[in-house]
Design a protein around this ligand. Structure first.
Ligand code: ZN
Length: 85
């Protein structure tokens, strides 16, 4: 999938991902305006406004990530949960 070039005035989309494997596991997309887009099965959810922090668990390795949208994309790996198998 080719990278989409951002148009002028459009916020740059960034990937929030867990780098436990190659290619990395995509957790969500977010942009420099603090919006976040989360894909759940066949649906896309887009969140606007002051979101603060968002948690996501990597489906592969079970690491809980925290994305701080106030700091635009400060990702912290919090804990590792047991993976379901
Ligand atoms: Zn992972």
């Amino acid at each position: 999938m080719p990278d989409r070039q951002p148009h002028r005035g459009e916020a740059t989309s960034r990937r929030w991902e867990c780098r436990c494997c190659d290619p990395p596991v995509l957790l969500a997309m977010y942009d420099s305006d603090g919006q976040i887009q989360i894909k759940i099965r066949d649906r896309f959810y887009r969140f606007y406004g002051s979101l603060g922090r968002v948690h996501a668990t990597c489906p592969r390795c079970g690491t809980v990530h925290e994305l701080d949208l106030e700091k635009t994309g400060h990702d912290t790996a919090l804990a590792k949960l047991p993976t379901q198998s």
